[in-house]
Design a protein around this ligand. Structure first.
Ligand SMILES: [Fe+2]
Ligand SMILES: [Fe+2]
Length: 483
């Protein structure tokens, strides 16, 4: 069969552009895995709304100029498929010991275990976020937001398929076992939790959802970018296409937070409130006060920082040396791509002080990726702060210091303020609720989470979006709940 790699074959049960129809063994393995996936979706996917018609995009091509088509779909009928970006001709391993050698189309035997582990860790995050967000449909602030939630959910499901394809095609029996385990673990489960901390936390409300898609999906973006550099070409191609979808998830987060901030500022102005830190007065308006938004931001940013692992790591060095996981925008960096003699400044705790210390660049790769991530995060602050200053308020949302509220790496055993001042346990205990969401903050936000399901209407605490999805008008019915 002569297939155009750009276009997706929808004639098979599993849509794909990897010629599954002629890859009988892998097709069989995936078809064997499919029922378990559907069971997982019905147990752990969005609660309710499974019969509703949702205006979703489905990928029909991997051409970045036009790859998605929008239509009403019942979520269980979404066509989850296997989509790889087109193969780049003569691609080489762009970094590490194998720099300049032809990229691998098969798994190199000596790196098999490491590759499998990285694919499993990435794969595990995809269903985890669906599990974390499963109850949010019931409190959606609008049909527009509900649709975006479900879009993110079905695409995270597809990302799971993407990783499972790699496991089943390239890792034989243990790949199939890992694929089954990805459906067995559950976010927050005491016996079989998901593999990474942030993916076992609750996403209790919609502000958390927006923070999660802004900060935690952005960690995903950084990881996918590094894996898109991989010398193992099928992994690179898979991640490159996933990044196309990921962009929407972060858009949902960034614009979601913008709309919350906007609504708060508008309400404060209408009510003549001059002090944005007068929490009681602001909350009485049915909007979320800026200090509480800052606390949520502190929480989700720091949980996401933990996902980058220890600042100094031999695992990270090995993954780079072997050509498996590169740096953010590796091919655009102007150096030897081997890091033989270079150093990188790492924040460390030295004699009770936070100091920058030069470390061999190879072992500091997690720190470097985390720095790239933090820089990427700043863009949102600028946008949100613009909304606040335009409304005439002197208040700035800020990223907290990387020593604040950490559970992994250099600062896990100390307490620091959001400004990076080290403090003792007693001070931390006293001040914690000033910096991170308290139970009372959570209760207040929960009290606002009243569902709005009339087309074109929005909950009190969030502004409408500037433009609709797929350029639809403001009163478009993005979800037909009763269908
Ligand atoms: Fe994903
Ligand atoms: Fe995502």
């Amino acid at each position: 069969m002569n297939m155009n790699i750009m276009n997706v074959d929808y004639s098979t049960k599993i849509p794909n552009n990897v010629n599954l129809a002629e890859d009988r063994q892998v097709l069989k393995a995936l078809e064997g895995w499919h029922p378990g996936y559907m069971d997982w979706w019905s147990d752990m996917g969005p609660e309710g709304f499974q019969e509703s018609l949702v205006y979703l995009r489905t990928a029909y091509s991997v051409d970045p100029r036009g790859w998605a088509k929008f239509d009403y779909v019942r979520m269980p009928e979404y066509r989850w498929g296997i989509l790889l970006a087109p193969q780049e001709e003569n691609r080489v391993v762009p970094f590490g010991e194998h720099f300049g050698e032809p990229a691998w189309q098969e798994v190199p035997g000596e790196y098999r275990a490491m590759l499998r582990r990285l694919i499993v860790i990435q794969g595990d995050t995809e269903p985890a976020s669906v599990e974390q967000q499963r109850h949010l449909g019931k409190t959606a602030p609008s049909l527009y937001d509900m649709r975006n939630l479900f879009q993110v959910n079905v695409e995270e499901g597809r990302h799971l398929w993407a990783m499972v394809y790699l496991l089943q095609k390239y890792f034989g029996r243990d790949g199939r076992e890992e694929a089954d385990d990805l459906l067995r673990r559950r976010s927050g489960d005491a016996d079989a939790p998901r593999m990474l901390g942030a993916f076992n936390e609750a996403t209790p409300d919609w502000l958390s959802f927006f923070m999660f898609t802004y900060f935690t999906d952005r960690d995903g973006k950084m990881q996918l970018h590094s894996l898109a550099q991989s010398g193992f070409d099928p992994l690179s191609r898979t991640c490159r296409f996933m990044l196309t979808e990921e962009a929407h998830h972060m858009f949902v987060g960034e614009t979601g937070i913008t709309r919350v901030v906007q609504r708060t500022c508008d309400a404060m102005r209408e009510a003549g409130i001059t002090d944005p830190t007068d929490i009681a007065k602001v909350r009485a308006l049915g909007v979320i006060d800026l200090p509480t938004i800052q606390k949520k931001l502190n929480l989700h940013y720091t949980l996401s920082l933990d996902l980058f692992g220890s600042e100094v790591s031999t695992n990270a060095a090995n993954a780079f040396n072997t050509g498996i996981k590169g740096r953010y925008h590796e091919t655009q960096i102007d150096d030897d791509h081997q890091l033989k003699n270079s150093t990188y400044p790492v924040l460390k705790l030295i004699n009770g002080e936070i100091k920058l210390v030069d470390e061999p660049a190879l072992t500091a790769l997690n720190m470097r990726l985390r720095d790239d991530y933090s820089q990427d995060c700043v863009k949102g602050m600028l946008r949100w702060n613009k909304v606040i200053s335009t409304a005439g308020y002197q208040f700035q949302l800020k990223l907290p210091n990387v020593a604040f509220h950490r559970h992994i790496g250099e600062f896990k055993d100390v307490h620091a303020t959001p400004d990076g001042i080290l403090i003792d346990d007693a001070t931390w205990a006293k001040r914690r609720d000033d910096w991170l969401p308290s139970t009372a903050d959570g209760d207040f936000i929960t009290s606002l989470m009243q569902p709005v399901t009339e087309a074109g209407k929005f909950a009190s605490w969030i502004s409408p979006p500037k433009v609709g999805i797929d350029n639809k008008p403001g009163d478009f019915e993005y979800v037909r709940i009763e269908s």
